[in-house]
Design a protein around this ligand. Structure first.
Ligand SMILES: [Zn+2]
Length: 254
């Protein structure tokens, strides 16, 4: 039996406060785009922390059968492990976006102009798909004002969400319940957040996220919604030069 652990209690309090102040839909100093227009029944599915095998592969198969496109916020190290999965998603018409190099919360909140966690991931993704992602979602959703400024200077659109799901939890929550909870709070313009992997984990055997997608896509279509990518929803480019030459001063690892 474990008793009161002051260190863990402090860590939990810091995490809770950070999430409140820095995370969507309310935190992040106004840099996040958390949804599209509220007057059109268009919405976007987003997937964080991938790619992984077999979870992302199974999800891509299911999305192909449903003929629905999503936006995948990929982690650099995961992209290194599974470039074939990222390539497959890109070829199938999904948007590939940046979710930092190794999903470090510290890297993003650090002061100074250290942008390696952004640029290393962008470079690895661009080597796989041939173009540079311009959509970025910070790991843990934590965004400081200075990180928001760095990203804006580098031409990124910072993407948040307004529909958060607990699909990442273990043991796996029931996919249909996850889907129904998300459906209940979806509104025109919503950006829904799911997870197709766990950052820094190469093989991810979760099944319920794919099941949730199989349930929610026909259900929301029946509610009159159309699924689009984040770039389409927000009217911003998915790819392109995201690194103005005058700020390209990061040292890349050999
Ligand atoms: Zn993440």
């Amino acid at each position: 039996m474990t008793g009161f652990n002051p260190k863990q209690t402090l860590v939990n309090a810091v995490n809770k406060t950070g999430t409140l102040l820095l995370s969507p839909p309310y935190g992040g100093s106004g840099y996040f785009r958390n949804h599209g227009p509220r007057n059109v029944r268009k919405i976007a599915l987003t997937f964080d922390d991938g790619p992984s095998k077999p979870c992302t592969e199974e999800l891509l198969d299911a999305m192909g059968e449903l003929n629905v496109k999503g936006t995948f916020f990929c982690v650099g190290v995961n992209t290194r492990w599974h470039p074939d999965v990222v390539s497959k998603a890109f070829q199938a018409g999904h948007v590939i976006a940046n979710h930092s190099y190794e999903h470090s919360r510290k890297a993003g909140i650090r002061l100074g102009n250290d942008v390696r966690h952004i640029d290393d991931s962008a470079r690895i993704i661009s080597e796989v798909i041939g173009c540079r992602p311009r959509l970025y979602r910070p790991p843990w959703g934590w965004l400081t004002p200075w990180e928001g400024r760095r990203l804006t200077q580098r031409g990124y659109t910072v993407v948040g969400w307004d529909v958060y799901t607990l699909d990442w939890k273990l043991p796996e929550p029931d996919g249909v319940q996850v889907a129904e909870a998300a459906r209940n709070i979806t509104r025109p313009g919503s950006i829904l957040l799911f997870h197709d992997a766990n950052a820094g984990v190469e093989y991810w055997y979760k099944r319920e996220t794919t099941r949730a997608i199989k349930h929610i896509v026909p259900a929301l279509r029946a509610d009159g919604y159309e699924f689009v990518t984040v770039s389409e929803l927000l009217g911003v480019p998915a790819y392109g030069p995201a690194e103005p030459a005058h700020t390209a001063r990061t040292k890349l690892p050999a």
